[in-house]
Design a protein around this ligand. Structure first.
Ligand code: MN
Length: 209
């Protein structure tokens, strides 16, 4: 993702609100993007408005340097900056369900590091379904191209100095509750068909740039 700085803007979805149906219906996606994600953008800008010295920093820089941020801004930037980063990648990493498969080096790396696509899918689903409370499940690559699955809580992000995010799945209830109620596993099952593998492969290739 190209580096943005303050004031952060709400990125439009790279598809129509109904493009991810039937996995994610229009209402679910519209609330998620136009309300939840937008709130993180607005909150982050409101915080940064009081800290001109932070306004030239990219989101990744802010989230990598949390310990160095002013105490009064730290938690707000962690939660809202993470909320912006995570949602932008989440929305960008999906496309219309089209029965895609992993492609290129990434497909090979999935087989190498997890045994098979099927085994990777089981582990990814387990990470998403078992995340207690609100958070995310990620597919990450280290600089050497080794893949791993991790969970983060709330709007926390992985260590960007070590890992490149390939994609992630939002398991906050707001991501699926309107459509799936408590059936998180059904939402996660559907999400697999929304993964934009072409973009995932691009992120994988760019990991060391
Ligand atoms: Mn969300």
């Amino acid at each position: 993702m190209k580096a943005e700085i303050y004031p952060f803007v709400v990125r439009p979805l790279p598809y129509e609100y109904d493009a991810l149906m039937p996995v994610l219906d229009e209402t679910t996606l519209e609330f998620h993007h136009d309300k939840h994600y937008k709130t993180y953008v607005d909150n982050l800008n409101n915080i940064l408005a009081d800290y001109p010295e932070l306004q030239q920093k990219s989101l990744q820089e802010l989230l990598t340097q949390l310990e160095e941020l002013p105490m009064a801004a730290r938690v707000g930037i962690r939660n809202n900056g993470g909320g912006v980063y995570n949602h932008e990648l989440y929305f960008d990493a999906m496309k219309s369900p089209a029965g895609q498969e992993p492609v290129g080096d990434l497909a090979e790396a999935i087989n190498r590091d997890f045994g098979s696509y099927k085994q990777w899918q089981e582990q990814m689903k387990q990470a998403a379904v078992s995340k207690f409370g609100s958070g995310w499940a990620w597919l990450l690559s280290d600089k050497a191209g080794k893949l791993s699955i991790v969970q983060t809580a709330n709007q926390d992000v992985p260590d960007f100095l070590e890992y490149t995010p390939i994609f992630l799945v939002d398991v906050w209830e707001h991501a699926y509750y309107l459509q799936y109620q408590n059936r998180r596993a059904d939402y996660v099952d559907g999400w697999f068909s929304l993964i934009n593998w072409r973009k995932a492969q691009k992120r994988y290739e760019e990991r060391s740039l």
